[in-house]
Design a protein around this ligand. Structure first.
Ligand code: UD1
Length: 429
C-alpha cells in the first residue's frame, strides 16, 4: 500500500493551481443521467472518486469521452469530459460500486426522474458518522415516489412519473438538496424546497440544470423553486474551483510559512475561512489570478471555530484547521456540528506531539512550539490531509499510511506541494 513520506520544516513558496471541485464534479456527472444528449464538464479533476463514479455511470449506460491533449493553462490540467446517457440500460446501482462512495447514492434522483424507477444500494463512504439517507428518501416521497428498503437496497418507483411537491429538510443536507434538484427538474408541476443547502456546489449544479433547460430559481438560498419540465437537453459547464483544496493549501502555508499564489482560487467560496485566517495573522491578498497567502512561519494566534453549513466554516476543513491550531500561540476550541464522529485525526495528530483533548463535540487544542515527525494513519479524506499539513511543519520524518484516502479528493497533492519546496514523496508498495 502506498505511503507518503514527508521531511518537515521547509517553507512553501510558489504557485499552486487549484483544481475543479470534487464535490461539484460528482453531482454534475450524475446530472448527465437526466438527458439523452451530451453533458460536457470542463475542469473535471483527476480523482479516484471521479473515476469510480465514471464506472458507476457506465454501468447505467453512460458513455464518456475525454478531449485530447490541451495546453496546460496556469499549470492546471483542465480536463474536459463529455458524458452521454443516450440510453439508460440499467436502473440498478449495485452494492460493490455504491459502497465505496456515498455520493453515488445520489443517482437515485436522476434515475427516478428519467426512468420512473431506481434500485440503489444503501451507501458507504468515509467513516465519519452514520450518515443516513432518510431525508433524501422523504424528499423523494414528497414527489410521489414509492419507496421500499429490502436486502440493503432502496427500491424507488414513480410509475406515473414524479410530481412536484413541497419539502422541508429537517436538517441542511448537501446531498439531499442535489438529489431533489435533479429529481424535481423533470417532475410534473412545481416543487419548493425549504431549508435547502446553500453551498456553492449547489449553485453550480442548478446553473448546469438551467443550461440543460430546467427552471430553477433561488439556488444558493434556503428556499429553492423548481418548475418541472418534460425533458432536458445537453449543456456545457465549468466546474467551480475546489474551496476545500484552497482552504487546505492556505492553512498549509499558514503552518509552514512562505508565500504561495493559489491560482484560480475564488475568495467568495470560503469567506468565513479566509476571515479567520486573517484574524490569526495570515496575510491574504486577492487578485484576478487567485489568492496569495503569505506568512512568516512564526506561531499564529489561536482561534475558536464551529463547523456550519455554508456560508459557515466547512466541516471538510475542520481537520486541517485542527492541524494548524496544534502549533498556535495558545488554546483553540474546535466544535464539529455536522458529523458526529469526525475527530479520528485527533489521535494521529497527538502522535505528532499535538496536545488535544475532546469534550463531546469540541476539541480543545493547546498549541505547542514544535511537532515531531512520526508514523501516522490516514483515516478519512480530510483527516489525511490534516496529517500532511502537520507533517510539513513537524521536525524530521513523517510517514502517512493508507494514503488512498488522499487520492479520493486531492489532485496531484505531492506534485503541487513539492513544486513549492516541500520535501514530500509517495513511497509505492
Ligand atoms: C457533502 C459533501 C461532504 C461534506 C458534507 C457536509 C459531497 C460529495 N460531499 O456530503 O464532503 O462533508 O456535504 O458539508 O459533496 N443527513 C441525514 N439524513 C440524510 C442526509 C443527511 O441525517 O438523509 C445528515 C448527515 O448525517 C450529516 C448532515 O445531515 O450529519 C449533513 O450531511 P450532508 O450535507 O447530506 O452530507 P453529504 O451530502 O453526504
Amino acid at each position: 500500500m502506498d505511503r507518503i513520506k514527508i521531511i518537515g520544516g521547509n517553507k512553501l513558496n510558489g504557485i499552486i493551481p487549484i483544481s475543479g471541485a470534487k464535490n461539484a464534479a460528482l453531482p454534475l456527472m450524475i446530472a448527465s443521467l437526466l438527458t439523452d444528449d451530451i453533458l460536457t464538464l470542463e475542469n473535471l479533476p483527476h480523482l479516484v472518486d471521479v473515476e469510480l463514479l465514471i464506472r458507476i455511470l457506465g454501468n447505467h449506460g453512460v458513455d464518456y469521452s475525454v478531449n485530447g491533449r490541451r495546453e496546460r493553462q496556469d499549470g492546471n490540467y483542465f480536463r474536459t469530459v463529455h458524458f452521454h446517457a443516450r440510453h439508460i440500460v440499467n436502473t440498478t446501482a449495485p452494492y460493490d460500486l455504491v459502497a465505496k462512495m456515498r455520493a453515488s447514492f445520489w443517482v437515485i434522483g436522476s434515475l427516478l426522474a428519467r426512468m420512473g424507477e431506481a434500485e440503489v444500494s444503501l451507501p458507504g463512504g468515509c467513516a465519519i458518522g452514520t450518515r443516513p439517507v432518510d431525508f433524501i428518501l422523504d424528499g423523494l416521497r414528497a414527489l410521489g415516489t414509492e419507496i421500499n428498503i429490502e436486502n440493503g437496497y432502496v427500491r424507488a418507483k414513480a410509475s406515473k412519473g414524479l410530481l412536484g411537491g413541497q419539502y422541508t429538510f429537517p436538517k441542511v443536507t448537501v446531498g439531499g438538496t442535489h438529489v431533489m434538484l435533479m429529481a424535481a427538474s423533470l417532475a410534473r408541476g412545481d416543487t419548493v424546497l425549504h431549508n435547502a443547502a446553500c453551498e456553492p456546489e449547489i449553485v453550480n449544479l442548478a446553473e448546469c440544470l438551467n443550461r440543460m433547460g430546467a427552471n430553477i430559481t433561488g439556488a444558493g438560498t434556503p428556499k429553492i423553486h423548481i418548475s418541472g419540465v418534460s425533458s432536458l437537453s445537453g449543456a456545457r459547464i465549468k466546474i467551480i474551483p475546489d474551496r476545500i483544496e484552497i482552504g487546505t493549501y492556505a492553512m498549509a502555508v499558514a503552518m509552514t510559512g512562505g508565500d504561495v499564489m493559489l491560482k484560480g482560487a475564488d475568495p467568495q467560496l470560503l469567506d468565513s475561512v479566509l476571515q479567520i485566517l486573517r484574524q490569526m495573522g495570515v496575510n491574504i491578498a486577492e487578485n484576478a489570478d487567485g489568492i496569495r497567502i503569505q506568512h512568516d512561519g512564526n506561531a499564529i494566534e489561536p482561534g475558536d471555530i464551529e463547523t456550519r453549513p455554508f456560508p459557515g466554516f466547512p466541516t471538510d476543513l475542520q481537520a486541517q484547521f485542527m492541524g494548524l491550531m496544534t502549533r498556535a500561540n495558545g488554546t483553540s476550541h474546535i466544535t464539529e456540528t455536522i458529523f458526529e464522529n469526525r475527530f479520528m485525526h485527533v489521535q494521529e495528530l497527538v502522535r505528532l506531539g499535538a496536545r488535544i483533548s475532546l469534550s463531546g463535540q469540541t476539541a480543545i487544542v493547546e498549541g505547542v512550539a514544535r511537532l515531531q515527525g512520526a508514523q501516522v494513519m490516514a483515516t478519512d479524506l480530510r483527516a489525511s490531509v490534516s496529517l500532511v499539513i502537520a507533517g510539513l511543519s513537524a521536525g524530521g520524518e513523517t510517514i502517512i499510511n493508507r494514503v488512498y484516502h488522499l487520492d479520493r479528493g486531492f489532485e496531484c497533492l505531492e506534485e503541487k506541494l513539492s513544486n513549492c519546496g516541500a520535501d514530500i514523496k509517495r513511497v509505492h508498495g
